[in-house]
Design a protein around this ligand. Sequence first.
Ligand code: NDP
Length: 498
Amino acid sequence: MTTAAHRTTFDSLNPRTGDVVATYPVHTADDVALAVARAREAADWWVEIGFEGRKEQLNRWKGVITRRINQLAQIVHDETGKPHGDALLEAVLGIDHLAWAASHARKVLGTRRVSPGLIMANQAATLRYHPLGVVGVIGPWNYPVFTPMGSIAYALAAGNAVVFKPSEYTPGVGAWLASTFEEAVGRPVLQVVTGLGPTGAALCTSGVNKVAFTGSTATGKRVMAACAETLTPVVIEAGGKDAFIVDADADLDAAADAAAWGSFANAGQTCVGVERIYVHKDVYDPFLEKLVAKALSLTANDSDDAQIGPITMPSQLGIIKRHIDDAIARGGRAVVGGPDAVGERWVQPTVLVDVPEDSVAVTEETFGPTVTVARVDSMDDAVEKANATRYALAATVFSKRHGVEIADRVRSGMAAVNGIITFAGVPTLPFGGVGESGFGRIHGPDGLREFTYAKSITRQRMKPLLALTTFARTKTAESQLTQLMTLLHGRGGTIDPK
Ligand code: NDP
């Protein structure tokens, strides 16, 4: 049944053709509750087998995914429309993160002794990170392997079970991940629930111990509100409006190549894609010329050699058109593409210049193969404009001498210098945003800790030198404590009596 509010199934469509790829169940709140209950049971075993056992199981899953990587890439291609090669690259990154999480969980989360400090010198202090239980992962369609894997792999490696709700546009990718996991591990430690928004909403209120959400800022706010009811913690990986800065000393060929990839790859449907470019006035004209040449060499269509696929979510076409129209109505110019670039399924690369900084093409996430290019007087000017946004996900800087320094001044969770989106491929580095791009981190040690709670234990090794936490505390002990504190902390910031 596929009508009205009580659908029991839904179709996954190929955005290139509109053909049905496959049909999936719309899981209800009861189905979600059942999956969470099964996951909770499986979590006991998952915890029991410890870091080494989980590493072995996750490596087995990794082997299955790797051996069938072309099959996975084909499903991603069918459901998102992105070129097969791009789908392959995404799967490679996902596998690399799975490998890293599996092999580093013990080192990051295992029991470690920490210094108790001088006042508590008689204590042995240990810290370890316990799994939360069951983690609900809600994913988007634009990188249906790489993005949820950033939560799934790290949550699993940390000892949690996972119930995953993929986007309604990419349920097949989610189902494939869960079925290969089942094949490799044989226990329902990772399960998938399919459906539309309400299935995701049901996961938020199902009693999971944390929700890892990746998607738009607007839905992220709804997820957070739903989770607030039960004080369920959340990670929010939301949208962006990332800036790309070109300094006067940049390698312009490399910068134009990277800017074109960052803006147009995956048809611009990348959370850390380039949406705004700020170029030093001294190199603006040659940079723009090179970017235009790159953009003109790219095509978005159904042929096998096209570098750009279709817009996956049909409703996005209207948003992209509105942003281009508004930019032009406000005095901007399209030097490549323009309003006619927006077709019924494909959008041709579009480069907009002279666009006012307060137009929607500069302030809102466009999520299409379009980019604005603006001239700036200095790198201070570039940083100020880059930071004038409610989003703050990632950034790119091209500069020979001051790249890292400029990147550090841009308010964003991640930055790439003289490269593009490179931080996403370094498993050791945390991934996430600030502001309306969200909070919390996936990837790296922070990404593992995100799915745990810290457990601190002190164990008395010998009697304290000063008995302080007892009603038998003496005046002498208090005075010795004062002397000790003066010795330890009393020297800084003395005030000149004059
Ligand atoms: P959406 O916000 O539309 O959906 C994301 C997920 O949330 C989907 O699985 C969706 O299900 C589900 N959902 C919808 N409504 C609810 C609800 N009320 N409660 C719980 N879950 C719900 O995002 P898109 O899928 O369109 O993804 C694109 C967005 O994701 C862009 O803004 C992009 O920037 C962002 N993104 C951010 C990344 C990051 O790491 N920061 C990475 C990748 C993308 P359904 O599809 O069935 O509606």
